[in-house]
Design a protein around this ligand. Structure first.
Ligand SMILES: O=C(CO)[C@@H](O)[C@H](O)COP(=O)(O)O
Ligand SMILES: [Fe+2]
Length: 224
């Protein structure tokens, strides 16, 4: 299993001060920057794109950027995120006609590739592309908005995904996204997640470091 990683979702950051917000959350102990891309088509919301990702790199952010693409069709934006300096590029299988080809495009561009599963999307496709996946991302809310409540049924799905990943013998991150907070992160880790997206729980708090430290304390208990 991969070491635990905390990935604040900048969807809940103050966009008018984005560079500073990302600096602050990394200084507070975050490991990965979770970058939510919404197109008002695949999901009913519109956010940021590759130009903002490139701007963060230009500003000096060197931490891994995890571009979560809620965009359909996804293929024509993949190259732009590779160019923009994304580290991970993840997409939803419903957002492409050719899952295998989209994964290959990401990896050929030198990025890590991931598949994202909505709460009601089965994991079936995963077994056919396990060798081309570096990250599996399970949505624990319906995609499109921050600040929603964690869907408890995701815990069983996490256990299912963890078993598939372990059986593959590959080093694949298992990320969870939606409604993660200090109160539920330990249970989520115990179900098999190693990478935790948290937007509102971190950015709506007055002290980012305090929240991240509390999350790490809970995670330490999950593996003890
Ligand atoms: O991808 C998404 C929503 O579609 C997420 O990354 C959210 O931005 C997470 O926000 P919280 O549920 O942690 O507030
Ligand atoms: Fe996300």
């Amino acid at each position: 299993m991969q070491p635990f990683a905390i990935a604040p979702s900048i969807l809940s950051a103050d966009f008018a001060r984005l560079g500073e917000e990302v600096d602050n959350v990394l200084a507070a102990g975050a490991d990965i920057v979770h970058f939510d891309v919404m197109d008002n088509h695949y999901v009913p919301n519109l956010t940021i794109g590759p130009m903002v990702c490139a701007a963060l790199r230009k500003y000096g952010i060197t931490a891994p950027i995890d571009a979560h693409l809620m965009v359909s069709p996804v293929d024509r934006i993949i190259g732009d995120f590779i160019e923009a300096g994304a580290t991970y590029i993840t997409f939803h299988p419903e957002a492409t006609l050719h899952v295998d080809r989209s994964l290959q495009m990401i990896r050929e561009g030198g990025c890590k590739a991931g598949l994202v599963f909505n709460p009601a999307t089965p994991l079936d496709v995963l077994k056919y592309v396990m060798d081309k996946v570096d990250m599996v991302l399970l949505m624990s809310v319906n995609p499109g908005f921050g600040g929603q409540k964690f869907i408890p049924g995701t815990l069983d799905k996490l256990r299912e995904a963890r078993a598939l990943i372990d059986a593959s013998g590959r080093d694949i991150r298992l990320e969870i996204d939606g409604g993660v907070n200090v109160g539920n992160i330990r249970e989520i880790a115990a179900a098999g997640a190693d990478t935790f997206v948290a937007g509102s729980a971190i950015f709506n708090a007055p002290n980012y470091q305090e929240v991240i430290e509390k999350m790490r304390a809970e995670l330490a208990l999950a593996r003890s």
